[in-house]
Design a protein around this ligand. Structure first.
Ligand SMILES: Nc1nc2c(ncn2[C@@H]2O[C@H](COP(=O)(O)OP(=O)(O)OP(=O)(O)O)[C@@H](O)[C@H]2O)c(=O)[nH]1
Ligand SMILES: C=C(OP(=O)(O)O)C(=O)O
Length: 231
């Protein structure tokens, strides 16, 4: 794998239709607009990616609002591909985004990282460079999922349930296996408990604004909101 200076790889993210997203956040109060929350987390994630100095960012989605938010953030919207025979729709979307990128090395990144800071992404990309020619990944805070996979064109992404083990089994090197580094990068949002963890780390401005509009698991988030999010 070539050098992974931030400007030498593309970042590819995938977001499903906002209306269908985050069913596991259903326990949140009915006043929470889950679509707005997913959109806000995408915007905050893209702000952190921009803060990392990445110059090619692609977001694959079937949702026109996601495309608009992506373009507003200075990234490239990519339409959802046709279904692929041997890939989940998520991995088909990610592989499609990688093919649309001009860089051959791709950092596949979760789009629901509201606490992400550019410095952590840069540090993780630096660590991936140390993995040499191998693909490399960062597991989520539970250790079972994947938040970041850095790979060349021959490595097919294997996101989905148990993706950390799937990436490991396919030969990708796990970065910081103890899971001590980059808690912001590792905190993707699947459940209300993840949201509470992200709020404790400090979420970006857009996510904080959505959370401030409701009561419940993460209420009172304003005090924990990061002050330095570029918006
Ligand atoms: N473009 C695209 N993105 C997808 C697809 N499936 C999942 N994603 C995105 O991949 C990430 C992980 O997806 P999932 O965990 O399957 O779904 P989720 O919406 O995050 O959460 P749940 O509904 O609770 O499972 C999210 O950012 C999704 O929006 C897909 O078919 N196409
Ligand atoms: C798709 C994944 O994440 P999640 O379903 O937890 O969002 C994954 O970890 O590969």
């Amino acid at each position: 794998m070539p050098s992974l200076a931030a400007s030498d790889c593309a970042v590819v993210l995938a977001v499903k239709s906002l209306a269908a997203a985050k069913s596991r956040l259903a326990p949140l109060p009915a006043t929470t607009d889950r679509g707005a929350l997913v959109a806000a987390m995408l915007v905050d994630t893209l702000a952190a990616v921009r803060g990392a100095g990445i110059d090619e960012v692609l977001v694959v989605s079937p949702d026109p609002l996601v495309h608009a938010l992506t373009a507003e953030a200075g990234a490239h919207p990519v339409p959802e591909p046709e279904p692929q025979p041997r890939l989940s729709s998520l991995n088909a979307a990610l592989a499609h985004g990688a093919r649309a990128a001009t860089h051959s090395t791709v950092a596949y990144l979760q789009a629901d990282l509201p606490a992400l800071r550019g410095e952590s992404l840069v540090a993780a990309l630096d660590a991936a460079r140390c993995a040499g020619d191998s693909a490399a990944f960062v597991a989520d805070r539970a250790g079972s999922g994947t938040v970041l996979l850095v790979a060349g064109p021959d490595f097919v992404p294997r996101f989905g349930v148990g993706s950390a083990e799937a990436h490991r089994a396919a030969g990708a090197v796990e970065l910081d296996p103890p899971g001590d580094r980059w808690p912001d990068l590792r905190t993707d949002i699947d459940t209300p408990a993840d949201l509470v963890a992200a709020v404790h780390l400090g979420v970006g401005a857009r996510t904080g604004a959505v959370l401030d509009g409701r009561t419940g698991a993460a209420s009172g988030s304003a005090g924990q909101r990061r002050a330095n999010t570029a918006q």
